[in-house]
Structures are given as C-alpha cells and as structure tokens.
Design a protein. Structure first.
Length: 195
C-alpha cells in the first residue's frame, strides 16, 4: 500500500478511538442527564418539604389566632359578668332589710290610727328601697299560685290542699330575688300536695 492510500483510509485504531469517545460522550451525557434528574428530584422533594413546613406554620398561626380570639372573648365575658354581678354579695346582704320592712308593715294593725303614720313611713321607705333594687336589676320572685320550680324556690313544707294542683306554691314564706336573671336567693315557699 502506498502512503496515499494509507492516508485516505481511516485508521482502524482511530475508528475505535472515536467510537470509544462517542460512547464516553454518550455515557457522560447520560450521566449528566441522570445527575440533572436526580438534582431536580431533590429540588422537588425539598420544595415539597418546604411547602409542607409552610402549610404547618400557617396552620399553627391560624390556631394561635383562634386561641387568641377565644381568650379575648373569654376575658370580655368575664369582665362583663364582673360588671353585671358586682352587686351580687352586696344585694344579698340588703335583702334582709327588705324582709324586715315587709314584716314591720305586716305587724302594724290597719285599724290602729296611732300607727297609721308609722305604717305610711315604713311603706314609703320600703317602696323607695324596692325601686332602687329594681333600678339595679334586682327583682323579686313572688311565686304564689305558680308551679313549684326547684331552680327558683325552696320548699319549706308541703301541705295537703284539695283546692290546688299538687306542686303548686300555696304561700310564700320569704321572697326570692334575682340579679340580672341570676338567682341570688331562692323563694322559701309552702307547696301544695295531693290530699
């Protein structure tokens, strides 16, 4: 073979080398692609984890906000109740004064002219006192003739009475009172029972 023909024909070693280079390049390309895919998967995984952490943080923020609203409502309700029932103990201590004024009026004979002025004075004092109680939403419970209610009444005794239905309040021994609808003293009553 001449030198020209040798130059014109590709060397078989060169062909093998170029094939190996192409295989290496294909291998390195596929390795690069695999590395990129793995990197993308890691990034997606990290993104999903971060999204999950953000969702958990948002959930915690919402829960804390809800708890703060509940605490605020609870405090507002407690303050409102404190204002509403601030007179509870004080009014309970004043109720015996009303009872005594009512007893004093009941003990004065209507026929006795000498005590008429005293009776009028006690009556005006009692009316004035009761008006003040009503102004502060302290209201009497006078359940005569009504059905017995254990939430509002305290039965002192039960008496057979054919004229009234069983469990009807026959007589009020002592009036009960409520403050803003809340019981501060139950009415002490005598209840009818079946004969």
């Amino acid at each position: 073979m001449s030198k020209e023909t040798e130059l014109d024909q590709p060397n078989s070693n060169d062909a093998v080398d170029s094939g190996a280079n192409e295989a290496e390049q294909a291998g390195s390309v596929s390795n690069e692609e695999i590395e990129q895919e793995l990197l993308q998967e890691e990034q997606i995984s990290e993104t999903e984890q971060l999204q999950q952490q953000v969702a958990e943080a948002n959930d915690q923020v919402l829960r804390v906000q809800a708890e703060m609203q509940n605490v605020r409502r609870r405090v507002e309700r407690d303050v409102e109740n404190a204002h509403k029932y601030a007179l509870d103990k004080f009014s309970a201590e004043l109720l015996p004064v009303v009872d005594n004024l009512e007893r004093a009026l009941g003990s004065i004979s209507a026929d006795d002219e000498s005590q008429k002025a005293v009776a009028e004075g006690i009556e005006l004092t009692l009316k004035s006192f009761v008006d003040v109680l009503v102004r502060f939403k302290i209201e009497p419970i006078d359940p005569a003739g009504q059905p017995f209610d254990a939430n509002l009444h305290q039965a002192v005794s039960m008496v057979p009475n054919p004229d009234l239905e069983p469990n009807t309040v026959m007589d009020v021994f002592q009036k009960g009172y409520t403050l803003n609808g809340r019981l501060i003293r139950p009415a002490m009553v005598i209840v009818a029972k079946a004969p």
